[in-house]
Design a protein around this ligand. Structure first.
Ligand SMILES: Nc1ncnc2c1ncn2[C@@H]1O[C@H](COP(=O)(O)OP(=O)(O)OP(=O)(O)O)[C@@H](O)[C@H]1O
Ligand SMILES: [Mg+2]
Length: 373
């Protein structure tokens, strides 16, 4: 038992971290890649481009797992961008693994993926560049001791990749604070005097920003800032089998972490992934047109529904979850944006499910009454 500690203190309580950063999750692979890496490394990089690519797309021969599913040429272009003086902007639909890819790229290039700015309406320049420790500021005035370095300043000074998540959610003037770091590679701290007043970026520094196309778009970004990024679009996974395999692997790993020992059932996952793909595309596998949902039915959402299905099955009944659990879990995903989506989902379960073969499709159809409302 934990006794005598401040209840607010971060003791960890011996509990595992829910999601360690990529460089911790894959520390062993990064170490092995660095040890065997014979390729040329751009200045300041932890790995060569080819080793960084293998880290992300996988290399079965040497036991490096595939972490991002998608076009390997996208990874090449992303890595080349990071070696240039332009930033990398990953854009795409929600849940297409833009954040995951930016994390993996930062871990491969710099060995660190935690120099991250989370963009939002309330993001300020302080959170991007630097702020002050007010007690020290009052006691000593502005100094390198009272300076609190935010991710951009640290990335520049240490020569590492900085991640800027959801950049388009920030006010435009805050976005524009990236202009001189990206073009002149320098950040001024006017409060300091002498050499400390200018922080010059070191080799290895660059910025990976992400933006999703459903929120405020990249169109509103200033032309000056756009020009300082190479844009890459991350697309949803095109192929059914690939998406199914990813959902199976990811949901399996999440369930394992949640203490569930029953692996997800393949026939249930097939139903789940097919349902997601059809509701996303507005077309059934046999080619019938149907209503597409306005909610995002991304692979990331499919993974979290598969996780929830497994949890329901295991913790409510001691088994691995069925298509009836899919219906129960779908409602919360599909009805986010509009109540109409719930009606569309109900129509889908009534009209587009009963003609299919397979016990789990039948179970999905039978469970349609479990949709709320
Ligand atoms: N192509 C893919 N490769 C690997 N994992 C994927 C892929 N597409 C989706 N995923 C799943 O989605 C999760 C990542 O979603 P992530 O949060 O990175 O998406 P995002 O594009 O940043 O979404 P958002 O725009 O909502 O921030 C992964 O953990 C994985 O389970
Ligand atoms: Mg994201």
């Amino acid at each position: 038992m934990d006794t005598g500690t401040d209840p607010g203190a971060d003791t960890g309580n011996g509990r595992a971290v829910q999601r360690p950063p990529a460089e911790v999750r894959h520390a062993d692979e990064l170490r092995r890649l660095a040890e065997t890496d014979t390729g040329e490394r751009p200045p300041g990089w932890a790995l060569s481009l080819t080793a960084a690519r293998r880290f992300i797309v996988g290399d079965p021969g040497t036991g490096i797992t595939r972490k991002f599913v998608g076009d390997p040429s996208l990874i090449d272009r992303a890595l080349v961008s990071l070696a240039t003086s332009r930033g990398l902007m990953l854009v795409g639909e929600p849940g297409t693994a833009k954040s995951l890819l930016s994390e993996l790229l930062a871990a491969a290039v710099s060995g660190v993926s935690t120099l991250t700015i989370q963009g939002g309406a309330a993001t300020t320049e302080d959170q991007i560049k630097y702020s002050w420790n007010y007690a020290l500021l009052v006691a000593e005035g502005p100094s390198t001791r009272s300076l609190v370095r935010a991710p951009l300043l640290r990335g520049m000074a240490e020569g590492r990749v900085v991640r800027f998540e959801e950049i388009t959610r920030c006010p435009l003037e805050v976005q524009d604070s990236l202009l001189s770091p990206l073009s002149d590679r320098v950040l001024a701290i006017p409060e300091l005097i002498g050499p400390d007043a200018m922080v010059f970026a070191r080799d290895g520094f660059n910025v990976i920003a992400t933006a999703n196309t459903r929120d405020r778009g990249v169109n509103e970004m200033s032309a000056a800032l756009k020009r300082r990024f190479n844009f890459e679009t991350v697309f949803p996974i095109a192929d059914f089998e690939t998406e199914l395999a990813l959902v199976e692997a990811e949901a399996g790993a999440l369930l394992h972490r949640s203490g569930v020992t029953a692996a997800p059932r393949r026939d249930v996952l097939e139903v789940l992934v097919t349902t997601f793909r059809e509701l996303r595309a507005g077309q059934t596998v046999r080619g019938d047109a149907m209503d597409r949902l306005t909610s995002v039915m991304s692979t990331a959402e499919a993974v979290s529904v598969a996780h929830a299905v497994g949890l329901r099955g295991w913790f409510l009944r001691g088994e691995s979850g069925t298509a009836a659990d899919v219906v129960a879990c779908l409602a919360g995903t599909a009805a986010k944006d509009s109540p109409e989506d719930l009606a569309k989902l109900r129509r889908y379960l009534e009209q587009q499910v009963s003609w299919r073969r397979g016990g789990q499709w039948q179970a999905l159809h039978d469970a349609r009454h479990q949709l709320p409302g």
